[in-house]
Design a protein around this ligand. Structure first.
Ligand SMILES: C[S@@+](CC[C@H](N)C(=O)[O-])C[C@H]1O[C@@H](n2cnc3c(N)ncnc32)[C@H](O)[C@@H]1O
Length: 339
């Protein structure tokens, strides 16, 4: 077999040369012989620091990564393959699948394929319903792997301990959290209403020069995770999490904020009175909602009117689509400036 034969000290140089020129045979592993090494080649060309030889031996095959589709082709019909979920969410080491009704009986086989192919996954679950109730939690069912619903998620330089059923969390909002953090100016005091397990407060504290970030969360279990997560990230000097209903926690607060984040998409606007009460003049409010394209401008107008009725003028700085809730419906953030 055609190969570049070189001394070990030139191995990296030769390999890089072959890779760059596209002559390294990717199906075969290199073979070492004392202080020399052979790289299988696809074409006879001169190689600096190496002799090009024809070996009598054959090279070991490089193991090709198997894909989920390859594994499942043996288990599912062509029609079933078309129904395979193409969007998944990875939270820590747990993969969350949406299994369509037609594939319900194949859920375990599908989950095992994902587990086999992806070394970073230890558990595969399926969504059993959507986020509901005041705490915005949901049920998931374990399909394969370790029997746990708790994991540590890594995002934007922080670690978050989470339980998939006890606290709300969406890995898909990671880039939106970073957007907010990156818009913060040094010294800002930030309030996150509805803080859950503390992803917003921690990403903000870690990725900005905010002076202090406060969070308020109603769900006692999410609050307990938040408190643990603040310590896990060693941010207790700059993040304070409070447990309770924003309606009771916000009015007695002695301070006003430069920025208020309101991540409660379905009913957030009902809490604008509290946000406006504690927003400094010129403060920014990030208000989230689920909206169809056609609803975005009317919603922005409605929010301005709500604020006016509450005695405050706001300017809509941006309407940011920051995720998809369902086909045609977006997670939208209105960036509002309090005038
Ligand atoms: C959509 S989740 C967002 C959680 C978190 N900010 C995140 O992004 O992962 C909304 C959170 O608001 C909390 N919540 C709902 N009503 C509340 C209220 N009146 N006061 C404080 N928290 C509330 C829920 O328990 C839930 O954890």
């Amino acid at each position: 077999m055609l190969a570049a034969y070189t001394e070990l000290r030139y191995a990296e140089k030769v390999k890089q040369f072959l890779l760059k020129k596209g002559f390294l045979h990717q199906d075969h592993l290199p073979v070492k012989e004392l202080d020399h090494i052979f790289f299988a080649m696809t074409k006879k060309v001169a190689v600096p620091h190496a002799k090009v030889v024809n070996t009598k031996f054959s090279f070991p095959e490089r193991q090709k990564a198997v894909t989920v589709d390859e594994l499942l082709k043996k288990e599912l019909t062509a029609k079933e393959m078309e129904l395979l979920p193409r969007t998944q969410e990875l939270v820590g080491e747990i993969l969350i699948l949406e299994i369509p009704e037609e594939l319900k009986k194949k859920g375990k086989v599908i989950a095992e394929a994902y587990l086999k192919v992806n070394k970073h996954i230890t558990t595969v679950v399926k969504k059993s319903d959507i986020h509901t109730g005041q705490y915005r939690t949901r049920k998931v069912t374990i399909l394969a792997g370790k029997k746990t619903k708790e994991t540590i998620h890594h995002e934007n330089g922080i670690e978050l301990k989470l339980h998939l059923e006890r606290t709300y969390f969406s890995a898909r909002s990671g880039s939106e959290r970073l957007r907010i953090a990156q818009s913060i100016k040094p010294g800002e005091e930030v309030l996150v209403m509805f803080s859950g397990a503390a992803p917003y407060p921690l990403v903000i504290a870690k990725n900005s020069e905010a002076r202090h970030v406060y969070g308020i969360e109603l769900n006692p279990e999410a609050h307990a995770y938040a408190v643990e997560n603040v310590l896990l990230n060693n941010l207790q000097d700059r993040v304070t999490i409070m447990h309770g209903d924003v309606k009771h926690k916000i009015p007695p607060l002695k301070k006003k904020f430069d920025r208020i984040v309101m991540p409660l998409p379905k009913t957030g606007e009902q809490f604008l009175d509290l946000a406006l009460l504690k927003a400094k003049k010129g403060a920014i409010i990030h208000l989230y909602s689920f909206l169809d394209e056609a609803e975005i401008n009317p919603y922005a107008k409605k929010v301005k009117q709500i604020c006016k009725k509450l005695g405050k003028e706001v300017k809509v700085l941006r309407k940011v689509k920051c995720g998809q809730f369902s086909p045609g419906t977006f997670r939208v953030c209105l960036d509002l400036k309090v005038l």
